[in-house]
Ligand binder design. Structure first.
Ligand SMILES: *Cc1c(COP(=O)(O)O)cnc(C)c1O
Length: 509
């Protein structure tokens, strides 16, 4: 069984898998990391191509020696990666151009790559709670509380809907999410969930929800009156990372099986990066045994990771967030970077010091040796807003493949950096989630300028289909548009209104 320690060295007794995912974040603020990784020979990686995706996932999970039985793990993987996806291969690899292979991670129910983790993690979460109840470690169920700027809330609602021992409540800013994302959330079926629109921007939303997490009296009230403990669906939870490792192993296996790479020969992997979770999963996959040469880290105009990987200095002191066509990458603090730095240094004291400096002064600098290790594996690139949109138009017109703006950032980065080995480009969203910018890209309208004659993304889907031969509106979207709106409550920003909303909801159910 592989146990979990934390990046800042605060945990004395290592945790099991189910303990680590229930705890989420370690005491002291560090992140849980596996003590060691399983090892796969190239033959074992390549053999994954012989079985369906859910069996690939189960094989990887079992190699991690989870404290969940193999039979349960197989059942969980089969349930997570089944008919709710619109593609039988779940995460297919599409050969878009010679040496350019797109790993499509958005065939899940909400059309974004976060489904790859959030269709699976809640099942493990329920399992972990069942075990904790049986052991008498707790008798509480969990209330997942989420502040979202879009994709995470949509995918978390869908993943936790009707999962045993859990409830979920999502708050989204009324100035912030796209019309489509809002529709996906307020129409989500399920008896254990609700959604509130919060007055203000994402910052106000996040601050309000964080204040609820910090309110001990409210936690006691929830436990006493409702039998609930609070938890988040945050991407720093190990339970979100583990499922993401699988698709890089699966992607390599598919490439080898079709002869796009000779088994054992290296590929580059290019990932559109925000919180660093997705690219970190590729790093772990490489350590497990996937022949990956370089990890290409693609950023948008919020290029703090580009600067960090270039200089060894992480500096957000003088930065403010810029709006881009790839909003899920508009992040300044890439939380999962902490896990990589821990892997490279093995030194929790240094990690704690760096994270402390980041918090107090908005800046930290790694030593030369760590920087050299970083650049030996990671190559950064960044793409500005107009180039991102031009890339969507160019790739559609030249190659007949339609990219969403996040994937377009990665495509352009891969073109600039790659060449001599095949590159696997992680595609993180279906184009329909960002149709306005896709229309801009296809018609040559610059980033941020109005698309003539249309109000919101929902009206634009048919327009895209007209402009891009071969593109079609996915069935998940048609289903969403047919569902009734269930939630339209709005709350003011702040801890008290959010707590009042939660009390109302819990009292009524
Ligand atoms: C969340 C997200 C990303 C960023 O992934 P990280 O794991 O945070 O680096 C990129 N693209 C899309 C569409 C996303 O939803």
């Amino acid at each position: 069984m592989i146990l979990y320690r934390d990046t800042r060295g605060a945990v004395d007794a290592p945790r099991s898998f189910t303990e680590a995912i229930l705890e989420g974040i370690a005491p002291g603020g560090g992140l849980f990391v596996p003590e060691r990784l399983p090892q796969f020979g190239v033959d074992q990686v390549v053999a994954l191509a012989d079985v369906p995706y859910h069996a690939r996932a189960a094989a990887v999970y079992e190699a991690f020696g989870l404290d969940v039985s193999a039979a349960r793990t197989r059942a969980i993987a089969a349930r997570a990666y089944g008919p709710d996806f619109d593609h039988p291969e779940i995460a297919p690899v599409v050969d878009v151009a010679p040496g350019r292979h797109v790993l499509e991670l958005w065939h899940g129910p909400t059309l974004a790559f976060k489904d790859m983790a959030l269709q699976c993690m809640p099942l493990y979460f329920s399992e972990a709670l069942e075990q904790a109840h049986a052991k008498g470690a707790t008798d509480l169920d969990f209330l997942i509380l989420v502040a979202t700027s879009g994709d995470t809330g949509v995918a978390a609602l869908n993943g936790y809907a009707d999962r045993a021992h859990t409830r979920i409540c999502v708050f989204y800013p009324d100035a912030g999410v796209s019309a489509l994302q809002e529709l996906q959330m307020v129409t989500q079926p399920g008896d254990n969930l609700t959604v509130y629109r919060l007055a203000g921007d994402f910052d106000a939303c996040q601050t309000s929800v964080k204040a609820v997490f910090d309110d001990e009296a409210f936690a006691a009230e929830l436990a006493e009156h409702h039998g609930l403990a609070l938890s988040s669906a945050n991407s720093i939870n190990w339970g979100r990372l583990l499922p993401q490792i699988v698709y890089y192993m699966s992607g390599y296996a598919d490439l080898a099986a079709r002869g796009a790479v000779a088994a054992g020969d290296p590929i580059d992997v290019c990932v559109p990066t925000g919180n660093f979770g997705n690219i970190l999963a590729a790093w772990y996959a490489r350590d497990i045994g996937v022949p990956v040469r370089r990890l290409l880290c693609a950023s948008n105009t919020n290029n703090v990771l580009y600067d960090f990987l270039s200089s060894g200095v992480y500096d957000i002191a003088a930065r403010s967030l810029v709006k881009t066509p790839s909003p899920s990458m508009d992040i300044l603090i890439s939380s999962n970077l902490e896990r990589l730095l821990y892997d490279l240094t093995g030194d929790p004291a240094r990690i704690a010091a760096w994270m402390g400096e980041l918090k107090t002064s908005g800046r930290f600098a790694v030593d030369d040796e760590t920087h050299a290790r970083l650049t030996a594996s990671f190559t950064p690139e960044w793409v500005d807003n107009d180039t991102c949109l031009e890339t969507i138009g160019r790739v559609q017109h030249e190659l007949g493949y339609l990219l969403d703006p996040h994937t377009a950032v990665a495509w352009e980065a891969a073109e600039r950096l790659g060449g001599d080995v095949p590159v696997l480009i992680a595609s993180t969203a279906h184009w329909s989630k960002f149709a306005a910018d896709v229309v801009r890209g296809l018609t040559g309208v610059r980033a941020g300028e109005p698309v003539p004659g249309v109000d919101d993304d929902l009206d634009l889907l048919d327009r895209v289909v007209d402009l891009a031969p071969g593109a079609s509106v996915p069935p998940q979207l048609r289903a969403v548009r047919a569902r009734p709106r269930r939630f339209d409550a709005r709350v003011e920003a702040g801890r008290e209104p959010v707590e009042a909303a939660l009390r109302d909801w819990l009292a009524g159910s």
